[in-house]
Design a protein around this ligand. Structure first.
Ligand SMILES: Cc1ncc(COP(=O)(O)O)c(C=O)c1O
Length: 444
């Protein structure tokens, strides 16, 4: 039994929408007591709240379709994917953005309609392109001129005509971390307009008998807390759309502004609402289309983080404590960079809660250290928390995206279990790895 989320539950806007308190005062998610879940399934444990995923999918669809009915939402699989999650998201009316043969295989195995899958990547292999052609992937997003011949060859071999988009780098800085900015010219992704490469790529597609040019794509980076980069990017793309129409007589029937919609990781962060992103993107595109005389294209957006980030909470068990007088106190947990590499890789910051007593006041400043053999394995530097005891459960919100998806077996860590919670019921969506799993692929 749980009480509804009380107004005083801290970090409420970072936690899943069903977050609440048990009668004992424990943090609950989807009606399940997180402390009990940690005891039953072990930690590190990733808990996904289904109601939050459902709400984000519904909001993304409704906000964009209110601005432009002809919009499709493709979930960016790279944020987090397994078969149960793919089935959930497909059932909510979303298509998928995939970036590898592995993601395509999981989507196919989950029973996803493959014509709703868009295949991205700056270096798709011939085997991946052959798989995509064989399974009937809806669109290939061509990333460079050289790829045109590869996609043409795969389509010809499969005896199909493949719809393609071209990913363009519009030269816009989205003010994200250097490692997650993708729309600038100095990026491995996309063809630049200014060098003539983007137009040459479209020409090559038009000359390819097994390819149909459908339109253009951009993705600026992630997470993007501002609307302005989308506006600027679309203005650049619109000029190019008009140029293609004028010079090659070709229409851009589909346009994607990519993903990158932000979620809050820190208490002080408040990302734009879905409606604000939708207005900025569709409003700018329509204004440009009217001004430049092209038809409003079919729009596909590719949110990953914003669909699944807030739904996930990572649970850890607190262990060792090291006090370095006058310098820092480290409190170690039983996970770290193997299940969440974002702090080490991007300097990402998080909040945390004591799951048994989320209302307890802060008593000290500590750094939450991971357990892996890297000094950089610190999940949270300098956070104010109640004095944590060994054995208690620590919850880190906004853990749903790019954590498990980027997880590793570093130090031969077992990848954590994944639970889906809803209506007081927890379902194991992926079991925790075992030593046998770690050795399963080795020669004896
Ligand atoms: C092409 C493309 N689309 C969509 C996304 C998803 O971004 P986000 O999870 O921030 O929405 C990415 C992220 O890397 C991407 O590269």
């Amino acid at each position: 039994m749980t009480q509804p989320a009380s107004a005083s539950l801290p970090l409420e806007h970072l936690l899943p929408i069903t977050a609440g308190l048990s009668p004992e005062g424990h943090l609950t998610l989807g009606g399940c007591d997180t402390v009990e879940l940690a005891r039953e399934f072990g930690t590190p444990l990733y808990v996904y709240d289904i109601a939050t995923v459902e709400e984000q999918c519904r909001l993304a669809l409704s906000a964009f379709r209110a601005e432009h009915e002809d919009t499709e939402v493709l979930y960016a699989s790279k944020a987090f994917l397994n078969r149960p999650f793919a089935r959930l998201v497909a059932g909510l009316g979303l298509g998928f953005d995939a970036v590898s043969g592995g993601e395509i295989a999981v989507l196919h195995a989950a029973g996803v309609a493959m014509n709703t899958v868009y295949f991205h990547g700056n270096n798709k292999g011939p085997d991946e392109l052959a798989l995509a052609a064989e399974l009937g992937v809806g669109r290939i997003v061509i990333d460079n001129l050289g790829e045109v011949a590869l996609v043409e060859a795969a389509a010809a071999a499969a005896g199909i005509t493949q719809g393609v988009l071209v990913r363009v780098s519009p030269g816009v800085d989205a003010h994200t971390h250097e490692k997650t900015t993708t729309g600038i010219l100095d990026s491995k992704f996309g063809v630049p307009i200014t060098s003539g490469a983007a137009e040459a790529t479209v020409r090559a597609i038009l000359d390819s008998p097994h390819l149909t040019f459908r339109g253009l794509h951009m993705h600026l980076g992630s997470p993007i807390f501002e609307l302005e980069p989308y506006v600027m990017g679309i203005e650049v793309m619109a000029e190019f759309i008009a140029r293609l129409q004028e010079r090659l007589g070709v229409a851009v029937r589909e346009f994607s502004p990519g993903g990158g919609f932000a979620v809050a990781y820190l208490n002080e962060q408040h990302p734009p609402a879905w409606a604000a992103y939708a207005q900025a993107i569709c409003g700018t595109l329509r204004r440009e289309a009217d001004a430049r005389g092209f038809e409003m294209p079919h729009v596909t957006i590719e949110p990953g983080r914003s669909i699944v980030g807030r739904a996930g909470v990572a649970l850890y068990t607190v262990g060792a404590r090291k006090e370095v007088p006058g310098i820092r106190t480290f409190v170690s947990v039983d996970g770290g960079m193997a299940d969440n590499v974002r702090p080490a890789m991007y300097g990402s910051r998080y909040e945390a809660l004591a799951a048994e007593r989320p209302l307890a006041p802060a008593e000290e400043t500590v750094s939450i250290a991971g357990k892996y053999c890297e000094s950089g394995d610190v999940l949270i530097r300098d956070i104010e928390l109640p004095h944590l005891h060994a054995g208690e459960v620590l919850a880190i919100p906004a853990a749903g995206a790019y954590q498990l998806a980027m997880s590793s077996n570093y130090n031969l860590a077992y990848k954590p279990a994944v639970l889906f919670v809803q209506g007081g019921v927890a379902v194991l969506a992926r079991r925790r790895e075992t030593a046998a799993d770690l050795m399963a692929l080795d020669a004896d």
